[in-house]
Design a protein around this ligand. Sequence first.
Ligand code: SF4
Ligand code: SF3
Length: 556
Amino acid sequence: MFCYQCEQTYRSDHANGCATSRGVCGKDAQTADLQDLLIHELKGIACYAKRARELGSVDNTVGGFLLYGLFTTLTNVNFNAARFTALLQEAATLRERTQQRCTAAAQQQGVAVGPLAAPAHFVPASELGQLLQQAPQAAITVGLQEVGEDVVGLRALILYGLKGVAAYAHHARMLGQESDEVYAGVEATLALLAAEPTDADQLLEEALALGRLNLKVMELLDAGNTGSFGAPQPTQVRLTPVIGKAILVSGHDLADLAALLEQTAGMGINIYTHGEMLPAHSYPELHKYPHLVGNYGGAWQDQQQEFAAFPGPILMTSNCIIEPQPRYRQRIFTTGPVGWPGVRHLENHNFSPLIQAAQALPGFTTVPEQEEQITIGFGRSAVLGVADSVIEAVKAGAIRHFFLVGGCDGAAPGRNYYTDFVRQTPQDTVVLTLGCNKYRFNREPLGSIGEIPRLLDMGQCNDSYSAIKVATALAEAFECDLNELPLSLVVSWFEQKAAAVLLTLLALGIRNIRLGPSLPAFITPTVLERLTAAFGLRPITSAEADLAAALGRSAA
Ligand code: SF4
Ligand code: SF3
């Protein structure tokens, strides 16, 4: 195996990347190789789907499979080798079907189908041992000796960004939001990677084009979320449990949560959000369920302790799952793209086994005396609803600067930077946040500036669109460029959705983003130099120095 797609990848003085029998995340070599092969097959399907689309034959169920397949390979999503073996066969069948459709369309028009790149002709072995022997041709480092690490790294940037795009597009699709443009873009990007391009300039351009596609995808997801559940509203969420039976829901998929809330209505089971599911409380059509009682725990990396202590079953709807411990292995369930060997998987919103488990378990029998709450729900419509006060406060000098401190959380010790940074932001500044990184500081008593809270939680990483809309609206109000706003972006990355959002921010021309806690291992020094020259992208340093630089003064 070789994988360097996430922030926690193995790093040493000599080489970066998880390359032994198990990655730092717990992904074993067999699963990693099967994931590489799945990507290879998806590229093959995409070659035919793209060509067929050019010839006027479109089937967007293919796009749906591409999104789902890519999503299963994100960090901390699916660790189940058996699931990948099955997906490889499904992909082979779909490739044949797409090839036939493409051939028919070409014959009708009297033109040739090809030539198409090698993945279009790849046939997976039916036996696991032979399948694993095929894996080297699908490795991310293919061609490294010939094309060098910059080109391989840029291809990786595009593939990993595409995985993030696919995850967002899959969530949007689950809420009925699809688009030809997005499916065509996903197919074209996979087909491009299948052709193994070698021109670094072209690859960089393609990466930015993918960032633009991701903006469209995030817009679709926003429409899916707000169209289905209403616009998020500022909402108080209880952080302490209540007495009674309980189910914990983690991950990002609001459609899964909505289905579970409906199925458990009136049953006397309380539903708690975990991790990136926290923003669910701010959507009117989810908040309306009285048994959606609160949020439990923090970001994904603490789940082994938190799930063990939770007195009910747990549902994992997307990333980030980590190895279930014996203390809760019998009461954790996966759904959608998520998987772990031996863990029960629920499909098609059939949550009966989860509900039965909740009824059989004690739930909370004691709770803390002191109730704790936080306020969330500052999506674009809530913030833009008070835009006049915000603009006034800026003009009057009451708000000097905005910081967007958001993205992924993780276990790396350097991530304390984000807590320190937010704690040290001056009283006349506002912090916008999104993603699971917020758990590092969302209980901090930052206070408010007049009516405006100093910490505005904009939602999941899936809600980055909201932040972009707010920034764009402020730039319009102040009649300036996005880069002229008193706004600094301090981004925390861990997995591939953050790579997709970063590409979108760069594609929008946003400069001087600080990225941490460490830079992606697939971004080589040469590529970083180019990104720094073009966009001022740079690694975080210390909270003090970065704050001082953002505020235009030197660190004390
Ligand atoms: Fe390593 Fe991250 Fe890949 Fe897991 S997902 S194998 S930790 S690089
Ligand atoms: Fe977090 Fe996994 Fe990325 Fe959605 S839950 S931000 S890391």
